[in-house]
Write a protein that binds this ligand. Structure first.
Ligand code: SF4
Length: 247
């Protein structure tokens, strides 16, 4: 594997941590994770908010126009499910618009990409949103569209947020005073912080995993098969018997 082409990212680290063999299936063998309603809905909402914030006009009508334009039916089971998700998105965006109007912060960036080096490797990512508050402090915001709200402990340990904190400090040139996850389905924001030790540990983890990927260390982890997208196809999975072809 060429180190020049290879770029480590949160998605790659997360997939490798889930199961190194899944990483191989997704990133080297080009197996696609099946599209489902939650994946499509997440894309629709992220695209809606990106277009809304970069689009100029920031009225409620403009927001819902962005929503309609971003909508697609891929991955939904039937028209009833489409209707239910569409209605959920409507409610979510009504709440979001109220939050947006009341917020006393400036939206500095949406879908802000970064591209840098860690150790010998390229490191890339995209941050959903960065705000600057009236008191001069900065807030990094990650949107989640699923219904479940996380425990505070999970928010405090989330690797993606730690990578975002690294990117803000080391690439964009400011300290993220607040780091938040906005659970849009519940209209609830949860806050966290990251220390320099947290950031150092996360970056070391990314470098370590990048090294294992380059060395083609793709062991399988059978403890994750029951929730793996490839459990019916993977040659290591106990569920594979029901599939016609294994990979
Ligand atoms: S089915 Fe199991 S071993 Fe195969 S990729 Fe998924 S988690 Fe890994």
């Amino acid at each position: 594997m060429s180190r020049q082409e290879f770029k480590i990212s949160y998605s790659r680290v997360n997939t490798y941590l889930f199961c190194p063999y899944k990483y191989k299936l997704v990133y080297l063998d080009n197996f696609h994770i099946p599209v489902n309603s939650d994946i499509t809905f997440g894309h629709i909402i992220h695209k809606t908010l990106e277009r809304f914030h970069v689009g100029g006009e920031q009225s409620s009508d403009a927001l819902f126009k962005c929503y309609d334009n971003a909508w697609k039916n891929d991955g939904f089971k039937d028209s009833q499910q489409i209707f239910e998700y569409y209605r959920r998105g409507n409610q979510m965006l009504e709440n979001y618009y109220t939050y947006f109007c009341e917020a006393k912060s400036e939206v500095l960036y949406v879908e802000k990409s970064f591209d840098t080096n860690i150790g010998k490797y390229k490191f890339v990512g995209i941050i959903d949103r960065i705000d600057k508050h009236l008191d001069g402090t900065y807030e990094v915001i990650d949107y989640k569209t699923h219904v479940q709200i996380w425990e505070q402990g999970r928010v405090d340990k989330d690797l993606q947020l730690t990578f975002y904190a690294y990117a803000c400090k080391n690439i964009l040139g400011f300290n993220p005073d607040k780091i938040s996850i906005y659970f849009l389905s519940n209209n609830k924001k949860m806050y966290t912080k990251r220390t320099q030790d947290d950031i150092n540990n996360a970056i070391n983890t990314a470098i370590d995993i990048a090294g294992k990927i380059v060395a083609e260390n793709f062991d399988h982890d059978l403890s994750k098969c029951f929730v793996c997208d490839f459990r019916f196809k993977c040659k290591y999975s106990q569920y594979r018997e029901v599939a016609a072809k294994t990979v």
